[in-house]
Design a binder for this molecule. Structure first.
Ligand SMILES: Nc1ncnc2c1ncn2[C@@H]1O[C@H](COP(=O)(O)OP(=O)(O)OP(=O)(O)O)[C@@H](O)[C@H]1O
Ligand SMILES: [Mg+2]
Length: 412
């Protein structure tokens, strides 16, 4: 009989299966509380691919709209979700925000006409978007940001002090994901810095920005506006603990047992295997658990199910690789010798390693090693230590872990 697999390696985790992040959740809740009381707080969430940024943002949304109670009670924010892509321009961003606000609030007639007046500038900026007068684009961007901040302030002040018959809100929360995709034209750092300052000038203190992205988002923000980083409290999301990993497995199994009439169990030894293979990487945990669940046929997931599900052709490691790392590993790196350099470096995970230490284990010649380190650095697969000559490290721990496990897969 085919069973529904409760583990989801390809999508953010549901709040019922969400594990850990106590400190981060506390900071986010505190930020909501501050903002609700007129002391706005903005938070920047960074972390590697698949570490759980979007999952944390999803949970934040449930907290902010009052679907999940917090230690400060149930919040009642208007939550606006935006995902940034390489194509997102300033105008697109503002349009997405306007549409999202109108969709959420425009159910009451009086509010609908208020919104249509307040956000009427969005109709006018279509001209700018069509490419006329491209030379004035920076000036125009300033005008657009000014209009945006003013309209946002009006909207936020109206919903936190509603007129008769309208629902009251704690404020507006912006959940902006994948900000590392921002193109230079979006002026993302400048946007946040200018908007938050303008909101303050318009006496609007109940808007909160939570922005998530890969670690290089910090550099992007700073490049666009040097001090934009200072408006954010920074949370760097890391691996889950051993007990969090077990919690994810237990919650998944119990969700599966509710969905399926055929029951599935998993012994401690098998759980230990998932925990030690995944080293707390959330997407590894979900994928190893998913593959083990799939591989199992007798209702008791064993350590062998975990290992075979992980290492077999088309198993967990192949899935993780094709989702996150294979492009870097296979297409960006054409030579087996370069891959050997990566494998040696991966033994140190993403810690710094000296060139001389790599040389001891490397089977190729010196020149090849020098070329490899140079090429891998240029392709941003590894980093060169700016403060110590001859030291390198892998960019991402997840990538290091994958190379370690992938390299040790028994060859057929
Ligand atoms: N706190 C958590 N508890 C359980 N599973 C989690 C948790 N956080 C993330 N996951 C799982 O890890 C995987 C990756 O999560 P998510 O998509 O949130 O990561 P991300 O950092 O947004 O990734 P990307 O950089 O690709 O956008 C998903 O399968 C998700 O279900
Ligand atoms: Mg994400």
């Amino acid at each position: 009989m085919s069973k529904i697999n409760p583990f989801k390696p390809n999508s953010p985790v549901s709040s019922g299966m969400f594990a850990g992040r106590t400190k981060e959740i506390r900071t986010l809740e505190k930020g909501l509380y501050q903002t609700k009381n007129g002391y706005p707080s903005n938070i920047l969430i960074t972390g590697e691919r698949g570490i759980g940024k979007s999952s944390l943002m999803n949970l934040l949304k449930h907290l902010a709209v009052g679907e999940i109670p917090t230690e400060f009670g149930n919040f009642n924010f208007l939550a606006v979700n935006v995902v940034i892509s390489e194509r997102t321009s300033l105008v697109t961003l503002i349009r997405l925000i306007e549409r999202s606000i109108s969709r959420e609030l425009g159910k009451v007639e009086a509010v609908r006409s208020f919104l249509s007046d307040t956000w009427s500038f969005v109709q006018r900026i279509k001209v700018m978007d069509s490419g006329i007068d491209k030379g004035d684009i920076i000036d125009d961007a300033d005008v657009v940001i000014d209009d945006f901040a003013y309209s946002l302030a009006q909207t936020c002040n109206r919903i936190s002090n509603p007129e008769k018959g309208e629902a009251s809100k704690d404020g507006i929360l912006f959940i902006i994901d994948e900000a590392d995709n921002a193109c230079p034209n979006l002026h993302i750092g400048y946007f946040f810095k200018a908007v938050t300052e303008m909101l303050h000038q318009h006496s609007c203190e109940r808007v909160m920005f939570v922005v998530a992205g890969l670690p290089d988002v910090v550099e992007k923000l700073a490049k666009s506006h040097e001090s934009s980083i200072r408006i954010f409290t920074h949370l760097n999301v890391k691996e889950l603990s051993f007990s969090d990993t077990k919690y994810v497995l237990d919650r998944g199994l119990s969700a599966g047992n509710k969905l399926n009439s055929e029951q599935t169990t998993m012994g401690d030894f098998a759980k230990d295997h998932v925990a030690s293979l995944s080293e707390g990487y959330p997407h590894f945990i979900q994928q190893f658990a998913h593959s083990a669940y799939e591989h199992n046929t007798d209702g008791e997931i064993s350590a062998d199910d975990v290992l075979e599900g992980a290492f077999k052709e088309g198993g967990a490691l192949d899935s993780i690789g094709s989702r996150y790392y294979a492009a870097d590993y296979h297409s960006k790196i054409k030579s087996d010798e370069y891959r050997q350099v990566l494998a040696i470096m991966a033994e140190n995970m993403s810690d710094w390693i000296k060139k001389s230490e790599i040389r001891e284990k490397f089977t190729g010649d010196d020149q090849t090693l020098t070329d490899a380190l140079k090429a891998l650095t240029t392709r941003k697969i590894i980093l060169k230590n700016p403060s110590k000559m001859g030291e390198y490290r892998l960019q991402q721990r997840g990538f290091a872990l994958w190379i370690k496990l992938f390299g040790s897969r028994p060859k057929k």
